[in-house]
Design a protein around this ligand. Sequence first.
Ligand SMILES: Cc1ncc(COP(=O)(O)O)c(C=O)c1O
Length: 479
Amino acid sequence: MRTLSGLWIDRSARPTLQDQLARQIRERIRNGDLAPGDPLPSTRDLASELKLSRNTAVYAYERLISEGYLESASRAGIFVSRAITMPRDSKRAATWKKNAPRSAAPVLQPHLTAPRPFRPCQPDVGLFPLLTWNRMRGRALRREGRNILHYQASCVAGLPALRENVATYLHDHRGVRCDWRQVVITSGSQQALFLLAMLLLKPREGVYVEDPGYVEARLAWRNAGARIVPGRVDAQGLPLPTPESGRISLIYTTPSRQFPTGVSLSLPRRLALIDFAAQNRSWIIEDDYDSELRYGAAPLPSLQSLDASGRLIYTGTFSKLLFPSLRLGYVVVPDALLDRFVELKHLSDDHLPLLDQATLALFLESGAFYSHIRRCRREYAERHALFLELFARTDLPLTFEHTDGGMNVVGYLPEGSDDAAWSRRLQEAGFDVPALSHYAIEPMRPGLVFGFTAFAADQLRVEFKRIRPILERAAKERA
Ligand SMILES: Cc1ncc(COP(=O)(O)O)c(C=O)c1O
């Protein structure tokens, strides 16, 4: 199949697909990327490469033939017209590439990719019951009719049915105490963190964060101009801020399973943190991103379930239990902040897609959500055990700690190792294993963060065979 590499099609752009195609081929001829006499792909090949209808390709070619850029030789196909002379000008060609729309994906490469092994925090989307989901989607459409396609001013905080179902789930499974009206549906937990940063932080205000910790949260605090105060995570989780920390307006923590180390915040620390927030009038954001995935024991109750001060903001996400591109998460907002939070949410996106929210509401209500969690927990527990077992059979210098669940495990390297160099080396071999230092603010014990949940047992075995010699070589060179 003949192709024409690097063409872009932007389905959201105003020019028709036919116009986009004709314009790009014309530009290439003008730039000298295509020379007189060069053959072009058949309309069938072009249409199949670009996922266009064949007619679109036919019309684009016909237009260029009528303009004199192309000619058709009845059996041999379509060629750049031999009657034109265009300078080969590499500078102009480079400009064309630079000006290609940034939002569009290069059509001849796969647009969307799956995570490479052993990328942390990735669910196995192959386990997701798409058929059930689509059934629920159909049911939601039938139930709501076309009204679900309108703007709905009453849904800025989320579809009420979904908020109610989330509140029930949080109450029953995470011990969260709230009225459903406090549940606001957000575009992943990231939007909740971003909006909370806008709402709660003024420049130079102190935000106390886990070190190592979730980078995207830190970026939200930084964006608000906050002063980031790192708290070194130890075997009990995040310690209390010290007097040297200065005034702390906000504490961000992942208490159920600290990201990325996997440590659970101990009960004394939980109580002390809540007390600190009450005494100092600080807010706590509890990011409960993967607490359901505790293997061999029931999930720990949330920090929010212990709080009586009203200073705790609880966020969660469906990215890990369902699938990340759904972009639905939630935040339980204390009454004192609720109206202002919803106003900000309104400015940010009015409301999130109602059809997805209605589908998710039914998915929760029908129990399909709970069956899916059970299935994931079972599968991931097996993968977790297998992953650790594979490494345990080697004498690689990696020590795994805090391994009671989650989506990731940290393999600690010997003191003095350059974990970023190990990670780069793995990346060159096609792996995606971030260094612990990537998540760190201050220098710390080196390690590598492995995710295992997105990879079925067979794939884990195959990838382990591939990664092992690379790790062994890295270890030998270090020794
Ligand atoms: C600690 C933590 N919080 C939250 C999230 C989820 O973000 P979102 O809901 O925006 O997909 C992640 C994802 O990796 C995470 O690691």
